[in-house]
Ligand binder design. Structure first.
Ligand code: NAD
Ligand code: MG
Length: 338
């Protein structure tokens, strides 16, 4: 073989591979014994874990906070992946805006996106500043830019400014996560005030509409939008009728916008969580007497933790899911959902 023939060694290798393949077909036992080792030692990976007891199970201590509540005041504290999420460069250089990024599912997405290499702008209410400070530190610890943008998304002018500020601070925008929400448990329709109905729809539906509308001016082909819907879009609880209606609207907005934006190369998907241990629940989302048993009625027998959803947001944000658009990804502990 001439030493200056660059393809010679490749031809030799391919020939060897063909022979090896033939041998594998003929004698599978021998082929297995010569299979290349796995890329990483088994001890480096996560351990096999039983989903039933991977995280805290009910009963939980009785507890209540004023809405919107703080993750830092919950017992037990939710797990947003602070200690566990390990990135693998799936979102390097990406620019994400997450609403409700201070706590719960939004915080889990913020931590994961940053550890995957993205800069993260996030919105929250000014009273949630203590939670937001922790998220800023977590994003910066991952070596990424954190842009905290407090304000009330029930206001259209604020939503427009939120998107403009995020895009300006990051030099663009290519991941939008519409995740903030209001949920208030009321047993009877007669007791849902027009004021509550309006606030729930403004927070969960109008803000998503206003923010998405403003974001379109910035999103390039390859960008992704991820909306947080709920198991309630499919199997509604009777005590949160107004909230469940908004989650159905979010699901169908996702599917319609996926069709509208596919010709521009922008994907739109949603996540439909089941019961997740976040401040939404002890701050009016559940009735106080039901909270200690929160999640007990799922087949897995416990609520999910925000950290258990992080990988789903990363998957939908990254090109790994490039043929998925208009989809709703459920993580419900075994019942309901898409
Ligand atoms: P969370 O309380 O941690 O997050 C909700 C966030 O919404 C708050 O942190 C707050 O910043 C934001 N928000 C509320 N009103 C706002 C307003 N007027 N202006 C700006 N921000 C406002 O709770 P979470 O459970 O992580 O909620 C995130 C998403 O997950 C929501 O869309 C919720 O409907 C959805 N979800 C939650 C569960 C669950 O069991 N926790 C289940 C299904 C879906
Ligand atoms: Mg919060």
């Amino acid at each position: 073989m001439p030493p200056d023939d660059p393809d010679a060694s490749r031809r030799t290798l391919m020939g060897g591979l063909s022979a090896g393949l033939f041998a594998a077909l003929a004698t599978p036992a021998v082929a297995q014994s010569v299979a290349p080792p796995a890329t990483a030692p088994v001890s480096d990976g996560p351990r096999l874990s039983d989903p039933r007891n991977a995280y805290p199970r009910p009963p939980f201590p009785a507890q209540q906070q004023d809405p919107p509540g703080l993750a830092g005041a919950m017992d037990p504290r939710p797990d947003h992946g602070e200690q566990s999420y390990r990135g693998s460069r799936k979102l390097v250089g990406r620019k994400a805006l997450i609403t409700g990024g201070d706590s719960g599912i939004g915080r889990a997405a913020a931590i994961a996106f940053a550890r995957e290499g993205a800069d993260v702008a996030f919105n929250y209410l000014p009273v949630e500043e203590p939670d937001a400070r922790e998220v800023v530190r977590l994003i910066e610890d991952a070596g990424r830019k954190a842009i905290p943008l407090p304000g009330d998304i029930r206001d259209e002018a604020f939503c427009t400014k939120l998107v403009a500020d995020a895009a300006q601070a990051m030099g663009g925008l290519d991941i939008l996560v519409n995740n903030a929400a209001k949920q208030r448990s009321v047993d009877h329709l007669q007791d849902i005030t027009t004021e509550q109905f309006d606030a729930v729809f403004k927070t969960n539906v109008y803000a998503m509409f206003w923010i998405t509308k403003a974001a379109l001016a910035h999103l390039p082909p390859g960008a992704t939008i991820i909306n947080t819907s709920s198991v309630n879009a499919y199997d509604p609880s009777p005590n949160i009728v107004d909230y469940a209606m908004t989650k159905g609207a979010i699901m169908i907005f996702t599917k319609a916008m996926a069709k509208q934006l596919a010709p521009q190369g922008i994907r739109v998907n949603a996540v439909a969580p089941g019961p997740i241990w976040t401040p939404l629940q002890p701050s009016g989302g559940q009735s106080p007497d039901k909270l200690p048993k929160f999640g007990a009625d799922t087949p897995l027998g416990r609520p999910g933790q925000p950290a258990e959803l992080a990988g789903i947001y990363v998957l939908l944000a990254s090109p790994d899911s490039s043929f998925a658009t208009g989809q709703v990804y459920g993580a419900v502990g075994g019942r309901g959902g898409p």
